[in-house]
Design a protein around this ligand. Sequence first.
Ligand SMILES: [Zn+2]
Length: 432
Amino acid sequence: MKKVYNPGKTELAELLKRPSKNIEDVERTVNQIFGEVSYMGDEAVKKYTSLFDGAYPDKIKVTPEEIQAAEALVSEELKEAIQLAKSNIESFHAAQKTEKVSVETVAGVECWQEKRPIQKVGLYIPGGSAPLFSTILMLAVPAQIAGCKEMVLCTPPNKEGKVNPVILYTAKLCGIDTILKVGGIQAIAGMTFGTESIPKVYKIFGPGNQFVTVAKQMATKYNVSIDMPAGPSELLVVADDSADAVFVASDLLSQAEHGGDSQVILISLSEVFLEKVEAEVQKQLQDLPRKDIAAEAIENSRLIFVNDQKEALAIINEYAPEHFIVCTEDSDFFVNGIENAGSVFIGNNTPESAGDYASGTNHTLPTNGYAKQYSGVNLDSFLKTISFQKISEEGIQNIGPAIELMADAEGLKAHKRAVSFRLKALKNSSDE
Ligand SMILES: [Zn+2]
């Protein structure tokens, strides 16, 4: 872990840099697979599934029998835990519904806006080193509350051509009936173009490795939108002597075990505390099953001591962390002052894991500094806003002359006429 005391401006900029990767090679691969999937559909999808996943599933779509069999493989205890998480996520996201907004801007001009669900959404759930069934809850629950008509879930099969039973169980629990054994670039391409087995969708959600990320960006070139540009997971903790070093070390490691490229940062207002955490991290690291992954991330992590709160806050807002934990005496200072963060965890009893699984907030969050302009996934991510207007005779008379003038000034004669004809007709009818 890199330890720094009161870093200067240039040193800080260097310290807070995210590791960047060269994606040119990835783009070339993504381009090729997109091309093949758009022309050859399932055939290309199967080809790349065997190439990348070493699997040859005869059917891409998971069968009802497979889903039923999976249910028996999940323990009752885990089912109850998933149910608890699901109901908390439901409560929090259902509460995000908003009323129709309606205003009469001037007499006779009625304007309002209402939300409507995105009809077809695609959820990408990585298989890989950890089966992220929690992500299904985070995406499918709000999609269902929003009223999305079609939910498609893509997840890579293992070498035997099977999908992890917990993923199948959770997907079914969330009302998803189209589950497809396809991962990586070919999954994103499939949902972008549609194939014999994979329905085309309007928006793609979900985390993934670098290949999936670049593929999602490619999808946007074909009129499919995405939740957000995703990067490796991050956590920033600000703490002082009121925090618990054991807790903070466990939080840092919880993010570190996501991947070797995860970034964790501790900003401490106390030198003693900083050293306590440093020792504790090494101690806790030893018996983690994902020790190697966590150690790699910890290697690139930073412990930064700063003298005062204001300076700490400025650094945090500049970094814009995906996850932000506040364990300080005066937590309000940071809670009120935070401008850029994906999700904030406050106090010694609020681990980041709570938001990952079961408190109710969403865990699909902006990384890589995108918390400066992106929100995490929430109910609105699955909705669009439509504006409506209805203008009466009085209304068109009130705003018509202004529209005529403006259209004329822009040289758009047909626009002007669309108003003039109506005003004239009204005048004629009142003259009669
Ligand atoms: Zn996490």
